[in-house]
Design a protein around this ligand. Sequence first.
Ligand SMILES: Nc1ncnc2c1ncn2[C@@H]1O[C@H](COP(=O)(O)OP(=O)(O)O)[C@@H](O)[C@H]1O
Ligand SMILES: [Mg+2]
Length: 490
Amino acid sequence: MRFRTRLLISFGVVVMIPLLVFGLGIRREMSNRVTAEYTRRVDALVNVISADIARESDRIGARLAALKSSLVADDRFRSWVVRGENRGYVLDYAGDAMRLAGLDFLQIQDDDGRVVSSGHFRNEYDRLGPAVPGAGPALVRAATAESSFLALVTSDTLRIPPRRFRLIGGIAVDSQFLARLARDPELAVGLVLPNDTTKADSGELVVPLPPLPYVDATEGPGRVEQARIVVTRSSAFLTALRHNVNLWFGAAVLVAALAALLLAGWLSTRISEPLEARIAIGDLARQVNHDIKNGLAPLRNVFRHLAQVAREKPAELPQVFAERQGTVESSISYLETLAANYAKLSPQSERKATDVNSVVRETIGASGTVRTKLADGLPPVSADALVLRRVIENLVSNAVDSLEGKNGTVTVTTERGKNIVRISVSDTGRGMSKSELDKAFDDFHTTKPGGTGLGLSIVRRLVLDSNGSLNVETEAGQGSTFIVEIPILS
Ligand SMILES: Nc1ncnc2c1ncn2[C@@H]1O[C@H](COP(=O)(O)OP(=O)(O)O)[C@@H](O)[C@H]1O
Ligand SMILES: [Mg+2]
């Protein structure tokens, strides 16, 4: 696997794993929060509904209490109790009282639970009424002429000697009533009756309230069972929310992955390109070595042969030379071709309009030791900025070295000449004698510990390649000035 690919993969992993962990954490946290918020809302609603039902049954109780006191004081009712008179009045009593008290259900039952007066049916007299348990609210399914309805009822007792009666009154529990109980638009209130087999949807949260006694009195008195009021919430909202979070999370992962990939790609080229270049140069060096040895081997053989012939049979030398001349020529031409081919590999410097002053400024930077005297309005020269930079760098570093740590100055000057721009690098350093100057441009000649001795020969080659010229003025103990002239762009 290539270095770049490995870097890309490891970078991707390093970015993606924390991102995924982070994203999943946020998702879970949000889901938990939403669920907790719902639970809180449902709990609050359950409390409110319990209070509502208690209040409703108190209100019914208050109306029954008022009815009770007017019944106790009602002479016509009393005359029916005591003497059996006014039967018609008693039969109609519950119907009228129910409407006046704003109730939906009202019955007066005797001690045995038989109907004395019914709010809905005059002819219910003497039938057994709903077997509603003692005190507190209860739910009753009561018959009407058309069908049946559900009522929230409470009861009260009264005595008109010698008899005792029971008042049962209530209000209808219909969908409107239930909707009134549920104040939260996302929550619904429902009733679960004992014979109800319909189940809540899966995914719905069902919270039951404390059970209420329930009597189905549509056919006869019925018996006491239990009904539940439940709060349900649709899972649709939470599902939609989760869906949204997933969508955004997915988008975030995608964007981050893309960014990570781009960054990794960029980084990998930054890091791996120099490395790969070095590997490539190493390979190239081995190849050059191999190719040159191949070219030299036949030459060496021919030379040895000729030397041997010259020693042993000098008379045959011209003949042997003529025989081997072809080998020598082909080896030389092989090496020439090789050199030409390798020359093509070296990066070509690109000559174009270049501002000398800005190259000088870039090269020197904020160096404190080096001064500049840059002429204004210099025309652009025809050169490669990188080549110029290497020339100046080499000359300036030599000039700084020549100070040998003592006080002194290094100055870079630019000025315009005839068709050229002149760059001078002068120092007040050690300078060179005539013989020192003669050797200074030789390859590998250096007077410095750790020097390469290549700087000046590179400078000379680069300047000449740029169609420029190089001059030196130097005096031992006084300093040196290296003068480079580069042609102006024509
Ligand atoms: N400005 C200078 N003043 C004095 N001597 C110099 C100057 N520039 C170059 N030389 C001499 O020329 C030698 C060769 O320089 P160079 O080719 O740049 O190689 P290096 O700097 O590695 O020694 C230096 O070692 C030094 O003796
Ligand atoms: Mg040098």
